[in-house]
Write a protein that binds this ligand. Structure first.
Ligand code: ADP
Ligand code: MG
Length: 457
C-alpha cells in the first residue's frame, strides 16, 4: 500500500476516532501531500487550521498512522492554499468512497449560514435584578450598569475579568437583556469567543468573509465572552482585532470578558493586548463570606422549600470555590430533600454534599507545614528532618509535628517518616509537649493558633 492509500483508508476512520463535529470542522480538510524519510506531510488550506490541528490532534493522528504504517516516525501539517474553488470535498474520489460508507454524508454544517442570526441565546435569568452585589463585584456591576444604560461611550472596551463561576457571563447577559428591554433600537450582539472563532472559520471555508464582517460591523454593542479563548490563535486574533478597531472607530460599544486581565493573558499579540486595556478594565474578585451568604439567601427565597439559616451559613462557610458551585450545592440539597420528601437539615446537607465539601477543603500537607513553621521560626526546612537537638531547632520541629497531627490525616508513623525517619513514639512525645505548652502558655498558644490559620488559608 502506498502512503496515499493508507491515508485514503485512515481518513474516513477519523470520523469514528473523533466526533462527527470535530471531523467536519477540522479534520475533513486534511489532505495527503507526501511521505519522505519516515515523515508524513499532510496539508490544510489555512495557517489557523494548521495550528489548531497541530496543537490538538497531531499526537493521535501520528499514532493512527503508525498503527497503519509502522515506518512512519513523524507527522507534519503544512499550509497549502487550496487552488480549487470552494473547499468542498465531494468532488474528490477518496471522499466519495467515504461518503457512501458514512451514515450522513451531508451534514448541516456545510450549508452556508449567512441568514442565521449570529447571536447566542441569552439566559433570561441572568438579569441585573438577580445579580447580588457585594464588595468583590460592586465595581464590575456598576460599570456594567453604566454601559447598559447610556448611549455615550465612557470606556471602550469594558473589560471584565475574573476566575470561573464568579458572574462574568451573568453580567454580560444582564447588559444585553437590559438594552433589549430599555433601548430596543440598539443592536446588541453577544457571543462567546469560541463561537466567534467557529463562525470565522466557517466564513473562511465558505469564502464568505465579507458578510461575516458585515454582521459584526453593523452592531451598536458587541459583547464577546471569554476572549482568552482566542489567544494563541493567530488568524482569529487578527480578525477579532480588525472587528474591534472597526467598531471603536465607529464609536460602538465593546464589552469583553476573560479569565485574566489583558496584561496577564498569554498568547496575545502586543498590539491586541494593549488595545484590550484601553478602556476600563475591572476585575471580579473571589467571593467573600458575606457575598456567598447574600447569594444563597436570594436564591433560597425563590425556592418553595425551607432552608434553615444554619444550613445556609454552613454552605456559605464551606463552599468557597465559586458561585456556580455554590448554586450547584444548593440545588442538590433541594433536589434531594424534594425527592426523599424530607426537610433539609445540616446532617442531610453534609451527607448529600460530601464530595463537594471535601473538594473545597484545603488540603494541607506535611511539607506545607514544615515549610511554614520553618519560615516562621527562621530555621531551615532541612532542620525538620535533621537530628539537631538545639532547642531553637527542636521546638519548631515539634510544633510542625503537632500541626501535622492536627491538620492532616497522616498517622504517627507516616509523620515520623516525613520527619527524617523518626519513630512514632518520638512524634507522640513531640505532639504531647506542644499540647502541654499550648495549655500552659497563652502567648505560645496564640502563636500556634496564628500558624494554624495561615496554613488553613
Ligand atoms: P463566569 O462567566 O464568571 O464563569 P457565570 O456568570 O456563569 O460565571 O456565573 C456562574 C453562576 O453563578 C451563574 O448561574 C450565575 O447566575 C451565578 N452568579 C454569579 N455571580 C452572581 C451574583 N453576584 N449574584 C447571583 N448569582 C450569581
Ligand atoms: Mg462565563
Amino acid at each position: 500500500m502506498t502512503p496515499k492509500d493508507v491515508w485514503s483508508d485512515l481518513k474516513p476512520s477519523l470520523r469514528k476516532h473523533y466526533s462527527e463535529k470535530i471531523y467536519e470542522s477540522w479534520l475533513k480538510l486534511l489532505m495527503f501531500e507526501e511521505f519522505s524519510a519516515g515523515r508524513v506531510y499532510l496539508s490544510v488550506p489555512t495557517r489557523f487550521l494548521r495550528d489548531w490541528i497541530t496543537n490538538r490532534y497531531l499526537n493521535k493522528l501520528l499514532t493512527l498512522w503508525q498503527e497503519a504504517m509502522p515506518g512512519v516516525h513523524s507527522l507534519e501539517v503544512l499550509v497549502k492554499a487550496s487552488t480549487e474553488a470552494p473547499v468542498s470535498e465531494t468532488s474528490s474520489p477518496a471522499v466519495n468512497a467515504q461518503a457512501s460508507r458514512a451514515p450522513d454524508p451531508q451534514p448541516v454544517e456545510t450549508r452556508p449560514e449567512k441568514d442565521a442570526p449570529a447571536e447566542s441565546r441569552l439566559d433570561a435569568r441572568y438579569t441585573f435584578d438577580s445579580f447580588v452585589v457585594g464588595k468583590p463585584n460592586e465595581l464590575a456591576y456598576a460599570a456594567a450598569q453604566r454601559v447598559a444604560d447610556s448611549k455615550t461611550i465612557y470606556f471602550n472596551p469594558l473589560f471584565l475579568h475574573g476566575g470561573v463561576g464568579l458572574g462574568k457571563t451573568h453580567l454580560m447577559h444582564a447588559i444585553a437583556l437590559h438594552i433589549k428591554e430599555h433601548h430596543p433600537t440598539r443592536k446588541v450582539l453577544y457571543m462567546s469567543a469560541e463561537q466567534f472563532m467557529h463562525r470565522f472559520v466557517r466564513a473562511l471555508r465558505h469564502k464568505d468573509i465579507l458578510s461575516f464582517r458585515d454582521q459584526f460591523r453593523s452592531v451598536d454593542v458587541l459583547m464577546i465572552d471569554d476572549v482568552q479563548f482566542i489567544s494563541g490563535k493567530d488568524s482569529t486574533q487578527e480578525e477579532f482585532f480588525h472587528t474591534f478597531n472597526a467598531l471603536v472607530d465607529k464609536k460602538k460599544q465593546i464589552i469583553l470578558t476573560a479569565d485574566k486581565s489583558p496584561t496577564e493573558l498569554k498568547g496575545l499579540e502586543e498590539r491586541v493586548r494593549s488595545r484590550l486595556g484601553w478602556g476600563l478594565v475591572v476585575d471580579i474578585h473571589p467571593t467573600t463570606y458575606e457575598l456567598r451568604l447574600g447569594i444563597l439567601e436570594s436564591k433560597a427565597e425563590t425556592l418553595d422549600i425551607e432552608i434553615p439559616a444554619h444550613v445556609i451559613e454552613f454552605l456559605a462557610h464551606k463552599i468557597t470555590s465559586n458561585i456556580r458551585e455554590l448554586e450547584g450545592a444548593l440545588n442538590r440539597i433541594v433536589a434531594h430533600a424534594t425527592l426523599v420528601g424530607q426537610k433539609i437539615t445540616l446532617d442531610s446537607t453534609q451527607a448529600v454534599l460530601r464530595d463537594i465539601l471535601r473538594a473545597n477543603e484545603k488540603i494541607i500537607t506535611i511539607e506545607d507545614i514544615q515549610k511554614h513553621v520553618a519560615e516562621h521560626y527562621n530555621v531551615r526546612v532541612s532542620d525538620m528532618h535533621s537530628n539537631r537537638r538545639l532547642r531553637v531547632v527542636a521546638r519548631p520541629r515539634q510544633i510542625a509535628m503537632y500541626l501535622s497531627k492536627k491538620l492532616t490525616s497522616a498517622s504517627l508513623p507516616e509523620i515520623g517518616r516525613k520527619f527524617g525517619g523518626r519513630d512514632h513514639t518520638t512524634i507522640m512525645h513531640g505532639v504531647k509537649k506542644i499540647e502541654d505548652l499550648v495549655s500552659e502558655d497563652s502567648a505560645f498558644a496564640e502563636d500556634i493558633y496564628m500558624l494554624e490559620n495561615i496554613l488553613k488559608k
